[in-house]
Design a protein around this ligand. Structure first.
Ligand code: AMP
Length: 116
């Protein structure tokens, strides 16, 4: 059983967060330290620590991250101009919270992808 993080408390609404979407599989909320006008985290309700821990059984949930990202991008008004979806993995990937999360970032030109 994977260890819970602060994100599980957000899912269960035990601590405050600006939740913008929730269903049976995923939850989305605004990043507490936004790096762009729109910065939302989309996470599975189930604890999956990193991309390395994703299994075939999680494929529906992982797909849901994308369809919810698409829906939220439209709602944020950033779909046409474009946005970035980002998932960090482990130390070198810059992951801070070990509950897999997709960053939806947009609302300004983001420049080239940073790889180092
Ligand atoms: P990462 O570096 O990919 O693990 O990203 C973790 C993200 O979680 C960072 O962008 C943080 O600002 C964000 N974060 C951490 N704690 C919270 C919180 N309580 N509510 C919303 N976002 C958070």
């Amino acid at each position: 059983m994977a260890e819970e993080t602060i994100f599980s408390k957000i899912i269960r609404k035990e601590i405050p967060a600006d939740i913008v979407y929730q269903d049976d599989l995923v939850t989305a909320f605004r990043d507490i330290n936004p790096r762009a006008p729109s910065h939302i985290l989309i996470i599975p309700n189930k604890v999956i620590p990193t991309v390395n821990d994703v299994t075939e059984a999680d494929e529906l949930t992982m797909g849901r991250l994308f369809t919810v990202a698409q829906k939220l991008a439209k709602e944020e008004g950033i779909a046409e101009d474009g946005y970035r979806l980002l998932v960090n993995c482990n130390t070198y990937g810059g992951q801070e919270v070990y509950h897999i999360h997709m960053h939806l970032v947009g609302g300004k030109p983001l420049g080239p992808l940073l790889v180092g």
